[in-house]
Design a protein around this ligand. Structure first.
Ligand code: ADE
Ligand code: ZN
Length: 386
């Protein structure tokens, strides 16, 4: 695969991506989601072109959070479901949230159109095609199976559809990916264990388990047994520590110290704890930061910008899109461009962030060197010192 990737020219890759973008369901996506550059409005300047051309990786993206309104209408029609909105614009206008629980209510309601293996295939393929069009070479994607099992959908249909899409996207578009099963932390521990047990026979299609959803009253330690079982099965472990949630520093402590997670999703509040930051540096922990969802933590005086703060503290952050369909259809290039502007990122810092991203991947050393080599070639070509 690595050899194949090296041999395939950009021209061929672009053609393949174009062909993929003309598949019916992907075609149903908004132009902003399918564009390969990220400039908003005016002709792309150097920074937008730099970000668009940079080889990238993404780790914090919820597949169900990439379910665009356009696709919801296509799937609802195909599955004979009625939607409570007359059109895409009305549906998008309903995406109004002010905190994590109000966001999650919209997100869980939206995924009810996903019923069959083909729906999960279409969802995953559409994200992977967009990611490939944005020069994302590699991604590890979250999914929330408990929400689907609850609606009577078999784990085989969920994982089967996503796995088939991953294989097709790699073959046609060159994008490589892996899958992370998330426990929905505000459902019961038993429900999470049932999901894990249903998924373990398919563990060859998973790289890890994660922990998402509403954090209030649902600390990482609630899932200690689940994480231990997943680890024993050879899976990696990560956990959301969403920004500014109740008890977030204790949640970070449990994740890092008690559960010894392999990665942290969000985690910006670590800037409020010198002890935890020292531990994270010592353990070379990676953080999957999503600046679109929330970019600041409360400091002692002024609020601290998470991206700038983590970079300046020498923490290993990566930048990710989280739930782009619910965040103005802003995929990774747009998220990086906004973060570059908001946090004053230099080209060198952007390369450092993507180097972190390839170093954060749960892949072999051989694959990692291949990706890092692509990033080094890019940096050299654009005159950016490593
Ligand atoms: N599920 C989907 N997106 C999420 C987020 N940003 N935080 C927690 N749970 C989520
Ligand atoms: Zn998330």
């Amino acid at each position: 695969m690595i050899e194949l990737l090296r041999k395939s020219s950009m021209f061929n890759r672009r053609n393949l991506i174009r062909a993929a973008l003309s598949l019916p369901l992907v075609h149903a996506l908004p132009a902003s989601a399918a564009r390969s550059t990220s400039a908003r409005g005016a002709a792309p300047d150097r920074m937008a072109r730099f970000i668009a051309a940079m080889p990238k990786a993404e780790y914090h993206v919820h597949l169900e959070g990439t379910l665009e309104a356009e696709m919801k209408f296509v799937l609802a029609r195909r599955n004979g479901l009625a939607l409570p909105y007359p059109d895409v614009a009305a549906m998008k206008a309903s995406y109004k949230y002010h905190d994590l629980p109000s966001f999650l209510a919209i997100y869980y309601d939206g995924m009810k159109v996903l019923l069959r293996e083909q729906d999960f295939y279409d969802l995953a393929y559409a994200y992977l095609a967009k990611a490939a069009s944005q020069n994302i070479l590699y991604t590890e994607m979250f999914f929330d199976p408990q929400e689907h099992l609850k609606r009577g959908i078999a784990m085989e249909a969920v994982i089967g559809g996503i796995t088939r899409a991953r294989a097709d996207a790699e073959k046609r578009l060159g994008i490589q990916s892996q899958l992370i099963l998330c426990f929905v932390r505000d459902l019961s521990a038993d429900s999470a264990m049932a999901a894990l047990d249903a998924a373990l026979p398919l563990k060859q299609h998973l790289v890890g388990v994660g922990l998402d959803s509403d954090e209030k009253g649902n600390p990482p330690n609630k899932f200690a047994a689940h994480f231990a079982k997943a680890r024993a099965a050879g899976l990696k472990v990560t956990a959301h520590c969403d920004l500014n949630q109740e008890d977030v520093l204790e949640h970070l402590r449990q994740a890092i110290v008690d559960l010894k997670v392999d990665r942290i999703d969000h985690g910006g509040n670590i800037l409020q704890s010198p002890e935890l930051m020292a531990l994270a540096r010592q353990r070379n922990l990676f953080f999957t930061v999503c600046p679109s969802f929330s970019g600041r933590v409360r400091g002692e005086g002024q609020p601290i910008d998470v991206v700038r703060g983590m970079l300046d503290q020498g923490l290993n952050l990566t930048i990710n899109s989280d739930d782009p369909a619910y965040m103005g259809s802003e995929y990774l290039n747009a998220v990086l461009l906004s973060a570059q502007q908001r946090s004053g990122l230099t080209e060198r810092e952007l390369v450092r962030i993507e180097r972190n991203a390839f170093n954060a991947a749960w892949i072999s050393d051989e694959r990692r060197s291949h990706f890092l080599g692509r990033l080094d070639d890019f940096a050299r070509k654009w005159g950016v010192e490593a």
